[in-house]
Design a protein around this ligand. Structure first.
Ligand code: ME8
Length: 529
């Protein structure tokens, strides 16, 4: 067969490049899970997807963390960056590129970028005095600080600093920004975050310093070894350097030609200003195209405070995964935290939701149907699903919900997409209960034939659920497909068009019924009994 090269633009999605000051926590996992669900959905649509994640390894905050561990920055970064990759594997994260800002190709590209911005006349040298939050790696406006100059996110006092730095002329881009946002208000998502960005712009964009004389652990400023490049002016470039091949002489334009601009930067709302203001201006200055969209999701909170490495009030994703499995963790956070808004975690809620939805609504529906099929039809489908559903309005209901799920995924309404798929499970269970095929089988004759068809209808419904939920629960979806008698290759080849009614064929033999999602035993529930 000939390979036809595709001219189609790839769907390039990125997560933040996480700081390696501490191992990943549930907040970092949350962004990555959401990005993975979007990437998987786009692949189902047949898009060529480039899913980028990675680690942000330079700057004062990292150097200090390494020192506190009695380690060198390099050893520390290697260790923590690896912890991210291990967690992503355990969470079924299907990234295509993992960039480390200490990769030599990244460093080369940052230097080249800096030189382009310098050549465009947007870098100058000046003294700066201000209040600095190391956890944010950002100079703060006094207005935004709490008492004692405390950072509102990290609750730590900001230190007064004075430095002779290189500055980026952000203020030059004021007009361009107003135009961009007027022309393309969907650049910032969810739409309610646009106001925030607009008010920053209205209040006047101020130049910011892009180098540090006081920090060694960073990329040296080209032509001035006494300073290193500010960690944000370095890390954002990771979205481009990730696209670069591992060639001997990495170059910016080559990387850009391999997929830039990004379709979607998925980030938390804490770093919206860097992505929606600083980054586009940097790109304009270097003459590169802008990402199509920046989506700032909400925070996972604990007692109302942002869960984070700096505050130390985090939830251990490794513990959750080893206790409950990747599907449960992925599903819970996508389904329970209204995508875009903040959400609180509680173990009780976690157990209730995944038991009700994954173990009961989906797992149990499949399991009891396969049990009946085994008992009454030797685990074999009597007719194909199209024939089984002829003249049955139930099928139309399922197809309507599938379309609903699709449009929610397309609009990045991940929570609503999960809800729509679960609704398919609910209507499937109602259908099963109304039809009560177990009693029809007892009647024999045409009642029994109708019952056999009902089982096909339910199994087809569960098959459709498996595909439609696979962006959220890839492992569970595969286990369902396996139960329905498909091979791993067949599962891997599924696309969104397979959510169309009609996949199951007459004569298809199902596997031995086996629960696809083990109910989580709730300690307190057990003790209460
Ligand atoms: O900011 N709830 O890295 P970072 C939801 N290196 N998401 C959360 C969260 C929470 N409680 N806590 C963290 C950096 N996140 C920079 C990024 S990009 C070129 C450089 C997620 O390790 C959320 O996506 O502090 C947030 O924006 C990101 O982790 C911050 O990660």
């Amino acid at each position: 067969a000939t390979l036809t090269p595709s001219n189609e633009e790839p769907y390039v999605i990125t997560t933040p490049l996480y700081y390696v000051n501490a191992p990943p926590h549930m907040g970092s996992a949350y962004s990555t899970i959401a990005a993975d669900a979007i990437a998987r959905f786009q692949r189902l649509l047949g898009k060529k997807v480039i899913f980028i994640t990675g680690t942000d390894e330079h700057g004062e905050k990292i150097a200090t963390a390494a020192m506190a561990q009695g380690s060198t920055p390099t050893d520390h970064c290697n260790l923590i960056s690896q912890a991210y990759r291990t967690l992503w594997k355990d969470l079924d994260i299907s990234y295509d590129k993992f960039i480390r800002t200490t990769d030599s190709k990244h460093e080369a590209i940052v230097k080249e970028f800096y030189s382009r911005v310098l050549a465009s006349g947007d870098i100058y040298r000046a003294d700066y005095e201000g209040l600095y939050c190391v956890s944010c790696e950002e100079y703060k406006d006094e207005k935004e600080l709490l008492d004692n100059n405390c950072c509102p996110t990290h609750l730590k006092p900001c230190a007064s600093r004075k430095e002779d730095n290189y500055f980026f002329a952000l203020s030059k881009y004021q007009k361009s920004f107003e135009e961009i946002l007027n022309k393309n208000p969907s650049f910032v998502q969810p739409s309610f975050r646009l106001n925030e960005v607009q008010s920053w712009i209205k209040s006047g964009l101020r130049d910011f310093s892009i180098s540090r004389a006081s920090v060694d652990w960073g990329i040296p400023v080209p032509n001035d070894k006494s300073q290193t490049i500010y960690v944000w002016f370095d890390a954002l470039l990771g979205y481009i350097s990730a696209l670069s091949d591992d060639q001997e002489k990495p170059d910016l334009l080559n990387a850009v030609s391999s997929g830039w601009p990004a379709t979607l930067h998925l980030i938390g709302k804490d770093i919206l200003r860097f992505h929606a203001v600083y980054w586009p201006a940097m790109l304009m200055s270097a003459g590169l195209s802008l990402p199509k969209m920046v989506y700032g999701h909400g925070f996972l909170t604990k007692d109302g405070m942002k869960m984070g490495k700096s505050l130390g009030n985090t939830l251990e994703p490794n513990d959750l995964v080893s206790k409950f499995g990747s599907d449960a963790v992925r599903y819970f956070f996508l389904r329970e935290v209204e995508f875009g808004n903040d959400g609180d975690y509680s173990e009780e809620r976690f157990i209730n939701i995944v038991n009700a939805h994954l173990a009961n609504t989906i797992g149990n529906l499949l399991n009891r149907t396969l049990g009946l099929l085994k008992k009454n039809c030797q685990s074999t489908l009597v007719v194909d699903s199209v024939t089984a559903a002829e003249g049955n309005a139930f099928k139309d209901n399922v197809m309507r919900l599938v379309d609903k799920a699709r449009s929610h995924y397309e609009n990045l309404s991940l929570t609503s997409a999960c809800e729509a798929v679960l609704e398919i499970g609910n209507v499937g269970n109602s259908y099963m209960d109304e039809r009560a095929p177990w009693s029809l089988f007892k009647q024999g004759g045409t009642a029994s034939e109708a019952a056999a068809k009902d089982l096909v209808i339910i199994l087809e419904t569960v098959r459709i659920i498996a595909i439609a939920l696979s962006p959220a629960t890839p492992s569970l979806s595969w286990r369902i497909y396996e139960q329905l008698g498909y091979s791993r290759d067949q599962f891997d080849e599924t696309t969104w068009s397979d959510t169309k009614w009609g996949g199951l064929k007459g004569g298809q033999v199902m596997a031995q019924p086996k629960p696809v999602f083990a109910r989580i035993e709730n300690q307190t529930e057990v003790e209460d009994k």
